[in-house]
Design a protein around this ligand. Structure first.
Ligand code: SF4
Length: 393
């Protein structure tokens, strides 16, 4: 949920502000009711609202044009996402207002019945971008302390407001240099496989978070661990680890067989991406305080083996819980059925077609168009087919 209108990643994204809070409460209540009908109880639910500002990837208005607000100018991403002017950089004064917007949204989350808010720091969105703002001057750039000031001040603001809501963070634990499709290897009108962009004369890549600046295709978890420890000291013990960004390195973030319309063919076996995320979560958990609770993600490409691998990683103590994203769109009951010893319905398993990403990227509602009969029957399904053909995916 965006904390305000200009922070939406697409024109259909929810906004958690005063005018929309009643509607969000209604959605929350309907979901709890549905859970009760399906499972006969609700005391097993822990409900979180994810709070975000989409920063460089904002497309808040009908038509879906990029309207980016950024932490800093980025020589490899600015042109791709329509950053043309320093006026698109949020000033320190703008950030003070943004902090108060997060505090207001957290208050509304409590009133809407959320148990916790996730202060999103992943996927290139604004708070994640600030973690890499080494070259920015002022209070929110440069040192690790400054780059994490937004989190500290949002948490302080929520508590100063007397709001006891639980807190979590979704964090991109590592990042890579941006990738683009290799046009020289495009075949039959389809996008080429991904390749890293050149450094355009830069000797190091200082912009991301959780990578080695001298070799930005290798994770470096030093600051990631520092950030996790900071969360611990702030009383945030629930951490969902993910990686990179769906906009410039989708293969490390959401390993998939088929790319979204603005992506590229997988440059590696997607299982490598799944294994990389599992290994990073394991390594971080091994050195973190035992009070921290880690949720792993990026498992959907495992398809029908997802429940088995999730069970194994939890049993081994590599992760505390496994979160499902895309798989929930196509087959929300997969875990209930696996745990209940039922056979998995293979026709409902997410095959990582990426339509649920391509659709919102092109102004359509997100959903599993290939496998969910509801979305399959909508007029948008036809539109989506044409968009995919034109994009070569
Ligand atoms: S559209 Fe459906 S099958 Fe494709 S990635 Fe999304 S959930 Fe999976």
């Amino acid at each position: 949920m965006a904390v305000r209108h200009d922070g939406r990643a697409n024109p259909n994204q929810l906004i958690l502000d005063e005018p929309h809070a009643a509607g969000i409460r209604e959605v929350r209540d309907a979901l709890v009711e549905a859970h009760s009908e399906a499972h006969g109880q609700t005391d097993d639910l822990v409900i979180g609202f994810q709070l975000t500002h989409s920063g460089r990837y904002c497309r808040p208005n009908p038509g879906g044009a990029f309207e980016p607000r950024v932490a800093f100018r980025h020589p490899l991403l600015d042109a791709r996402f329509r950053v043309t002017d320093d006026s698109q950089i949020l000033t320190d004064a703008d950030l003070r207002i943004l902090i108060s917007d997060y505090v207001k949204s957290a208050r509304l989350a409590l009133e809407c019945g959320a148990d916790f808010v996730d202060i999103k720091h992943c996927h290139g969105y604004l708070l994640h971008e600030f973690l890499g703002a080494r070259g920015r001057s002022g209070e929110f750039g440069g040192s690790f302390e400054n780059r994490t000031r937004l989190l500290r001040e949002i948490v302080a603001g929520i508590r100063a407001d007397g709001n006891p809501i639980g807190l979590g963070v979704r964090l991109s634990a590592f990042d890579f240099l941006p990738f683009v499709p290799d046009a020289s290897r495009a075949r039959n009108g389809r996008l080429g496989p991904g390749m890293p962009v050149g450094l355009s004369g830069l000797e190091i890549y200082p912009f991301g978070f959780g990578h080695d600046p001298a070799n930005p295709l290798v994770p470096d978890l030093t600051e990631t661990r520092q950030f996790i420890e900071l969360c611990h000291t702030l009383g945030i013990t629930l951490i969902n680890l993910t990686a990179g960004s769906p906009y410039y390195v989708p293969h490390i973030q959401r390993p998939a067989a088929f790319p979204p319309s603005d992506g590229y063919q997988p440059p590696e076996d997607p299982l490598v991406g799944v294994a990389r995320q599992i290994a990073v979560v394991r390594a971080i958990k091994a050195t973190a305080s035992p009070e921290m609770v880690f949720v792993g993600t990026g498992y959907s490409y495992l398809q029908e083996f997802l429940p088995n691998v999730a069970q194994a990683t939890v049993r081994q103590g590599w992760v505390d819980s496994v979160g499902l994203g895309r798989m929930v769109l196509s087959y929300p009951e997969i875990i209930t059925e696996a745990v209940g010893g039922h056979e998995i319905a293979r026709t409902r398993v997410c095959r990582t077609f990426s339509d649920c990403t391509t659709a919102p990227r092109n102004g359509l509602p997100s959903g599993c168009y290939p496998l969910d009969p509801h979305y399959k029957a909508t007029p948008e399904a036809e539109q989506l087919k044409k968009i995919k053909q034109a994009a070569g995916v």
